[in-house]
Design a protein around this ligand. Structure first.
Ligand SMILES: [Fe+2]
Length: 291
């Protein structure tokens, strides 16, 4: 893929085969011409996730840049910045005896909002304070996973939808949290998403699985569960994954419509980590046409 010319001296450095690209030299304190913005957005579609290096960015700039990519989704959590609810805080520290950020988020493979009817299109996560070790983020390329899927599995999922269930999986992923209340269950009903998803911008097909996916619509529950476990294990094959080791002032923009990610732990007793995330509104996932 040729690196396009930017008016503002930005450089693109692809990380791998069409999956992941570094963006060097973006300066959000100066106006970003539409032509340069469009090249960055195209790089995002081409590579699925972008790593912006040395990005100095305050919450206003973070919000304004994300908004150029699509309407913002405000997380329904208490850990948004008080003056900027578009920005979610990830931190373990407390202020005035109260947590002010989400602590252990995203520890299993998932895409953001996969258990909702309208999952999030993308997220832009910014590392303000990064621990010297640990706290990596893993990414997995679901275009590549789908392309490599054995024909037997492609046939098994063609035209099918998976059931994503917070109700069934809450106690599995959050064993330390209280059980969901009846009201919370009503708020987070099961949703069904196509197992082969067509990206609304690139048109490419990807495998759509994740940690909330439980079984398969129209198949006996046990059979669907076994199939989901096989697909989920396949999606995590290291041939499709990349491990991001954060540097101070990195920001990572990922596309939830064609990839999975997972957070890795770090030593919370020894180190401070402080991150900000904006989230882009998505649309109802579209089933890919059969091959
Ligand atoms: Fe996430």
């Amino acid at each position: 893929m040729n690196s396009p010319n930017f008016a503002t001296g930005i450089e693109l450095k692809p990380i791998g085969q069409g999956f992941g690209c570094e963006v060097i030299g973006l300066d959000l304190s100066a106006p970003l011409p539409e032509s340069d913005f469009a090249r960055i957005r195209q790089a995002w579609y081409d590579h699925s996730f972008l790593v912006f290096r040395d990005l100095g960015m305050n919450p206003e700039q973070h919000i304004a840049f994300t908004r150029r990519l699509g309407p913002l989704h405000i997380m329904e959590r208490e850990f948004n910045l008080p003056d900027h609810p578009e920005v979610m805080v990830i931190a373990k520290e407390e202020r005035d005896g109260k947590p002010y950020g989400s602590r252990r988020v995203g520890l299993g493979w998932h895409s953001d909002g996969e258990d909702k009817r309208i999952p999030n299109a993308g997220s832009l996560l910014y590392g303000l304070t990064i621990p010297p070790e640990g706290g990596d983020t893993m990414f997995a390329d679901m275009y590549a996973a789908y392309a490599a899927l054995p024909q037997r599995l492609k046939r098994a999922i063609q035209g099918r939808r998976a059931r994503f269930s917070r109700i069934d999986m809450h106690h599995v992923h959050y064993p330390d949290l209280p059980a969901l209340t009846e009201a919370q269950k009503r708020d987070r009903p099961d949703v069904f998403h196509p197992l082969v998803r067509q990206h609304p911008r690139t048109g490419r097909s990807s495998l759509f699985v994740g940690r909330w996916a439980r079984d398969v619509e129209g198949k006996p529950s046990e059979e669907g569960r076994v199939l989901m476990e096989e697909l989920f294990a396949f999606a995590q094959n290291e041939a499709f994954t990349y491990r991001h080791r954060w540097r101070q002032n990195d920001a990572v923009l990922w596309d939830n419509r064609c990839m999975l990610h997972r957070a890795m732990g770090y030593d919370e007793e020894r180190y401070v980590r402080h991150m900000h995330r904006t989230t882009i509104e998505g649309d109802v996932p579209r089933m890919a046409a059969p091959e």
